[in-house]
Design a protein around this ligand. Structure first.
Ligand SMILES: Cc1cc2nc3c(=O)[nH]c(=O)nc-3n(C[C@H](O)[C@H](O)[C@H](O)COP(=O)(O)O)c2cc1C
Length: 309
């Protein structure tokens, strides 16, 4: 990214399919619940463009493929013309382009066999709409108890009441994960994005157990890892070849210029959990002097207030 700082493994180029990334610090999919009525809002332009960097990869917040797909209030959708039109300026504002996360979260009941092809078609249409909106690809959400996860796991909550959050567990998780990673090789997909199953917190330090390593080895294409990574263990994951790209969530929220901060080994703003999901965009004060080249409109002091969507 620049000549002045020594190269660190996270800030080295990587070729992801047709895309030449200039670093390996990826924005995690982060639901913010601010797309009122499932329509992306213009303020998301600021949110995503604040987190853009040259040759960087951003994964959008989870996006619903249909009106039967919603599990969380005010998540954006991509099944109507209006939603596609509202996504366009957001994607357009992200110079480096981004990948879209899709999810489907049905009502908590067993699907009838005849409903399944319709849902497959919802994914297909949403993927086409994503391309129309300008996204460079789609990430299909296969975890967190959403639909695909429900098909995979043997401990699924299929109660029939009015409860709208699904749960899914499995009695034999490691072989299942390995089987999935191996099976994905058949489909020629661009990458596999996995979240570390657990992170041990010892005092302030986060230990990363690398439980994903067998899956990393089994999957033959680009491998993304997430959860609890900081600069140090992100670098380590790259050096030790445990991952090709490292996905950052909470600290990317509080540090929109995260790749640049990693590059300079600059101090990080602390994240504030209370602001993660509240419906209104929050005005918080962050030190943004590293952001100057990115935020053209903020040129005053070393520390300024700005809207973090
Ligand atoms: C506010 C917030 C919203 C999230 N929303 C999603 C989501 O929509 N889809 C998803 O797959 N993961 C979601 N996650 C999980 C993140 O993508 C990521 O895996 C997690 O934050 C761990 O990474 P971190 O330790 O760097 O924060 C969310 C996490 C947070 C904190």
């Amino acid at each position: 990214m620049s000549a002045e700082a020594p190269t660190i493994p996270l800030i080295t180029p990587y070729k992801l399919g047709n895309f030449n990334l200039s670093h390996r610090v990826v924005l995690a999919p982060l639901t913010r619940q601010r797309s009122y009525g499932n329509v992306p809002q213009p303020r998301a332009i600021l949110y995503y463009s604040q987190r853009t960097s040259k040759g960087g990869l951003l994964i959008s917040e989870v996006t619903c493929v249909s009106d039967t797909a919603q599990g969380i209030t005010d998540t954006p959708g991509i099944w109507t013309k209006e939603q596609v039109e509202e996504w366009k300026p957001i994607v357009d504002a992200v110079h480096a382009k981004e990948v879209l996360a899709l999810m489907l979260h049905t009502t908590p009941r067993r699907l009838r066999t005849d409903e399944i092809p319709l849902i497959v078609n919802d994914f297909r249409l949403a993927a086409r709409n994503s391309i129309e909106a300008g996204f460079v690809g789609v990430e299909i959400h296969g975890a967190h108890g959403f639909l695909i996860d429900q098909f995979m796991k043997d401990e699924v909550n299929d109660r029939t009441g009015n409860y709208d959050y699904s749960e899914a567990g499995d009695s034999n998780r490691k072989p299942l994960g390995l089987y999935l990673a191996e099976s994905l090789n058949k489909y020629g997909i661009a990458y596999c994005h996995m979240v570390e199953p657990r992170m041990k917190t010892v005092a302030e330090k986060v230990e990363c157990p690398h439980n994903l390593l067998p899956m990393r080895k089994a999957f033959k294409n680009t491998f993304l890892v997430a959860r609890g990574y900081d600069r140090k263990d992100g670098n380590k994951a790259i050096v030790e070849n445990h991952a090709d790209l490292v996905v950052y969530g909470r600290i990317f929220l509080a540090n929109p210029d995260l790749p640049r901060r990693f590059e300079l080994n600059a101090p990080l703003n602390k994240y504030n959990r209370d602001t993660f999901y509240i419906s209104d965009p929050v005005i918080i004060t962050l030190t943004i002097h590293f952001l100057k080249p990115l935020l053209k409109h903020h040129r005053k002091g070393p520390s300024e207030s700005f809207s973090v969507f």
